[in-house]
Design a protein around this ligand. Sequence first.
Ligand code: PLP
Length: 435
Amino acid sequence: KGIDEWIDLDKRHFIHPTSSLKQQQTEGAAHIFTKGKDIYLYDINGKKFIDAMSSLWNVNIGHGREELAKAAFEQMSKLAFSSCFSTFSNEPAIELAEKLASITQGDLNAVFFTSGGSEANDTAYKLVRHYWILKGEKARKKIISRTKSYHGVALGATSATGLKPFRDFTNSLAPDFCYTDHLSAKSLRDVIEKEGPETVAAFIAEPVQGAGGVHIASPNYFAEVRKICDEYRILFIADEVITGFGRTGTYFGMEHYGIVPDIVCFAKGVTSGYAQLGGVILSKSLHEQLIELSTDTLFHGYTYSGHPAACAVALKNIEIIERENLIDNAEKMGKELLKGLKQLELTRGIVGATRSLGLMGAIEFVKHKESNEQFEKPIAPLIVKEALAKGLICRAVVFDSQDTIVLAPPLTINENEIEKIIEIIDDILITFEKK
Ligand code: PLP
């Protein structure tokens, strides 16, 4: 097929996720990617891009890893799929569950598998509510999440998401979700008091907010939040869908804050996107209480919970993360990224602020640095477009009146490649300043 035919078929038959349907019709698919290698993607025209978003914050080990293809091939050739319902099981799922228990903090210990992050979040909400039913505290059903949070697009996950446009997309959200300010522990206490502590099941937070614009809590925020949750007997869910598997320079994001959640949601980096997999890790104590108190079937399970091929891919992915010391690299390269971002902040008048942790970074734009005045219309989307033209993939965040671009390159990135990213952005900013 020629490029025009691909674009035409795309317009007619493929509804893109998180997209403007009008833009797809007027502009057509801007890039049809056909190949990936390391931190690079190649489109159908052979144009090369630095994938500075690891696609969707998930291709942690970089593109084009044949080892993962082989792991999938071998597992699929042996046993592509079998059910894990009831008492059935399979070797890769068991091995992966054990591995996850061993790499997570504290007593995080038992895993329920899903196919992605949204399902992981919905699973967490249902499991904590089920837990409170079993404990005889049926009224504990509210889930508190943070402003600017993103937890996915399943109905529960959308309802927990703090970014309003995702919630406003539908006219009927799931009940019993409420929101607290994303950076203030006091606000959490206020919301709990207002809602009634005996009605709250759990609090959920991303260690670093990703889709909402890379917002990093103060160093003691999560310790305070953990204390508040304990005080009111509220379960603490960490949504590590982006921050898990080395993204921030530690295995899991909450390690930066020295706290152990009761539940961890994971997806993305567990397979680096080579297969669809997510899940929920429960603390030993929570798991044991569920076993002890349960009297009936656990009426929650996806067809693909514990998919053998996806689990085999995850095991190989984790093996590579460890063998190549990619978490250390993320930490080291994170420092380089931070340096580059601070340089931009220092030298470019339209950079109001920058922030990063490991390999998650953000650049905020302002019209005048001194007054922090914003542009009438956000310039981040224009900068992203310009970056694409120059072969760099990054992402604009304009929710909640933000004017920001975010970066999350693969954990395999080296110093020269970070420099290159900063250089491309700097070039674009110089041109914008002149305009
Ligand atoms: N949670 C967080 C923090 C995410 O960033 C995402 C996706 O970006 C999700 C949940 C949803 O995951 P998925 O898109 O795999 O359903």
